[in-house]
Design a protein around this ligand. Structure first.
Ligand code: ATP
Ligand code: MG
Length: 419
């Protein structure tokens, strides 16, 4: 679990702001959920024999003896909240949330025990149009963040529950004949969660799978049709994808569409965004049936990717515009007035030097602050009703500005620079 330090938070804020802008441009609404739920909720939704529920959850008893769990993901909580407040019944919802998730995994690059997801969930729409919208929305976000060249879309359909069950039986029958060639994890999954074996990273297992029954031969007509329509929508929107028949996702509730955005820039932890359709979950958790599709992105991985590609714009690290320095007690009192007025009348970010020190040491701080200008006030300036504006990033001369005209002048300077 990480502290996110002040040199990192600007990147977080940048990412969050850009994501919120994209979500707003599609008319999505934010939902805020608690970070703990009844343990049972995750068992019933994610699935008893998934990695998450079997070995990754932070579960504890509260003072009443109730079993609670720090949420390992957001979908189950979102469905729980929507049902509790009647948001899914006969309604269409387009929702998003953002926040920490908790999984007791082995920490490594791109994998942490407290990590953050930005999730999107939609309810009440059963056609492939909404699947396509979600994918287009993520594609727009990658373009906006300058990540579009670094991520690839993998797409698959998991078909109906019946199709999956028939496939599972045949897959288990085939793999059981070759049990000795399976890696240990896959052997264990053979009796618990056989579809996850498709996802195995072991090359011997992958080889074995080449001869195994092929899921696409089992897909029901409705799911096939849904998938073909989705592909057609993506084609006409110019969104490239790779159909990956081995993409299964680690959670039990998915059916029909599943997708992942994967990068080759981060080593093994390459999935930055993953999602799919889960039409059965609302009913399974006790609500009236409602079709649903959503996804979640891993914020830490996206930030790693932004940093790796040096895609974070320069301005993100720019904290202040002006560093104000006053020499002497009277000047300090006046300077407080001047900077307060600047903040009142403009959007400029102004930091006033506090803590005294020589002029030279204060100028050093001004330089380090990243501000474009220093604003200086001493006795001479006070007497003439001016302040001195000293450029810190270019070799231009300093100049004196009438205090009364200061805001207008600075706003004009910064507006000109932004053009
Ligand atoms: P993975 O196969 O990488 O473990 P997952 O299938 O467990 O991923 P999801 O539950 O679908 O992942 O979560 C969606 C996204 O959240 C992932 O694609 C990833 O970007 C991010 N994520 C998942 N687990 C972690 C973690 N422990 N630390 C950081 N990010 C994570
Ligand atoms: Mg995982």
């Amino acid at each position: 679990m990480n502290d996110i330090l002040p040199d990192q938070t600007p990147i977080w804020q940048y990412l969050e702001t850009e994501v919120k802008r994209v979500l707003a441009s599609y008319g999505y609404s934010e939902l805020r959920m608690p970070i703990v739920e009844q343990t049972d909720l995750f068992k019933r939704s994610i699935g008893e024999v998934t990695d998450i529920v079997e070995k990754e959850m932070y579960t504890f008893e509260d003072r009443n003896g109730d079993s609670l769990t720090l949420r390992p993901e957001g979908t189950a909580s979102c469905v729980r909240a929507c049902e509790e407040h009647g948001l899914t019944f006969n309604q269409v919802q387009r929702l998003w949330y953002m926040g920490p998730m908790f999984r007791h995994e082995r920490p490594q690059k791109g994998r942490y025990r407290q990590f953050h997801q930005i999730g999107v969930e939609t309810f009440g729409m059963q056609g492939p149009d909404i699947d396509a919208e979600l994918i287009m929305m993520t594609a727009r976000l990658w373009r906006r963040l300058g990540l579009d060249q670094a991520v690839k879309l993998h797409l698959n359909t998991l078909g109906s529950a019946e199709a999956r069950a028939r496939f599972r039986d045949d897959l288990v029958a085939y793999l059981s004949e070759h049990v000795d060639k399976l890696d240990a994890d896959s052997q264990r999954r053979l009796s618990t969660n056989p579809l996850r074996i498709l996802d195995s990273k072991e090359s011997s297992t992958q080889e074995l799978l080449n001869e195994a029954p092929h899921f696409h031969d089992y897909i029901d007509d409705e799911s096939r049709h849904h998938f073909e329509q989705l592909c057609a929508l993506l084609d006409s929107a110019g969104i490239a994808y790779e159909v990956n028949a081995r993409l299964v996702r680690g959670l039990d509730y998915y059916g029909k569409t599943v997708f992942e955005w994967i990068t080759d820039q981060l080593g093994a932890q390459g999935t930055v965004c993953a999602g799919g359709r889960y039409d059965g979950l609302v009913e399974q958790l006790g609500g009236r049936p409602a079709p649903a599709v959503g996804f979640a992105m891993g914020v830490e991985r996206l930030i790693l990717l932004l940093e790796t590609l040096q895609a974070v714009p320069e301005y993100v690290h720019q904290k202040i515009d002006i560093y104000a320095i006053a020499m002497g007690d009277d000047a300090l009192a006046d300077m407080f007035g001047i900077v307060e007025q600047l903040r009142e009348e403009s959007e400029l970010r102004v930091q006033l030097h506090c803590g005294g020190g020589s002029f030279k040491s204060q100028m050093k701080k001004a330089d380090k602050s990243g501000a474009r200008y220093a604003l200086l006030l001493g006795d001479d300036e006070r007497r003439s009703g001016v302040v001195t504006l000293k450029p810190l990033r270019e070799a231009a001369d300093q100049k004196q500005i009438n205090t009364a005209a200061l805001t207008a002048e600075l706003v004009a300077i910064y507006a000109a620079e932004q053009e």
